[in-house]
Write a protein that binds this ligand. Structure first.
Ligand code: GDP
Length: 196
């Protein structure tokens, strides 16, 4: 199990403070409150590895976790907080854009979306920054437990269709941190990126 026993390594607040680009990095991004921290904790089998909080306005950090295989899981700042000043939001967006576009050690992006509200304008911005790198994106449609099976599948197919139309290397799956469903599917995709 790829993400089990991940350990916290370092937090950085700006691009200039990023550790040297060594080894493979897998980034996790998502709109604030989409369920990113919960998904990371579920994948890692750890209740509080990534801090689950709905409090906006904290310093936004890029958190690095080391996986057993030697690769890094990189938890990117949640985006889209409504209550944060425009200037701060722009700084966060700049940090994300820099990292997604330029980080050489980054090999793939796991993008977390709420299955009930996928593909927001900001999700499209993230895809727009990252897809041109030619690296793969895997979308986790989380909180799928809040939908009926039929609604969840509708969301899955709609997001797949919308992203297929954009081209690029994009895969999409359902996930639930509450029910712990979708863990193996996500592990298999990321293991494939790592050549494991
Ligand atoms: P983040 O801001 O993207 O890191 O989101 P969090 O992981 O903090 O989750 C935001 C809220 O959604 C919290 O109240 C979580 O308990 C809830 N949540 C996250 N994932 C799930 C899920 O899979 N199912 C359900 N029902 N709730 C979830």
């Amino acid at each position: 199990s790829l993400f089990r026993n991940a350990t916290f390594e370092i937090s950085v607040a700006q691009s200039a403070a990023l550790p040297p680009a060594q080894g493979a990095e897998i980034a996790f991004a998502g709109r604030s409150n989409a369920g990113k921290s919960s998904a990371i904790n579920t994948l890692a089998g750890h209740t509080r590895l990534a801090y689950v909080s709905k409090t906006p306005g904290r310093t936004q950090l890029i958190n690095f976790f080391r996986l057993n295989c030697g690769a890094a899981l990189v938890d990117l700042p949640g985006y889209g907080y409504a209550q944060v000043p425009e200037k701060v939001r722009r700084q966060w967006a700049g940090l994300l854009e820099d990292y997604l576009r330029r980080r050489e050690s980054l090999i793939g992006l796991v993008l977390i979306m709420d299955a009930r509200h996928p593909l927001t304008t900001l999700d499209h911005a993230m895809i727009g920054w990252f897809a041109p790198t030619g690296k793969p994106i895997h979308v986790l449609l989380t909180k799928s437990d809040k939908l009926s099976r039929n609604e969840a599948n509708k969301s899955l197919f709609a997001v797949r269709k919308a992203l297929a139309e954009l081209g690029g290397r994009v895969t999409v799956q359902l996930f639930s941190s509450l029910k712990k469903t979708g863990v193996e599917e996500c592990e298999a995709v990321v293991a494939g990126w790592l050549g494991l």
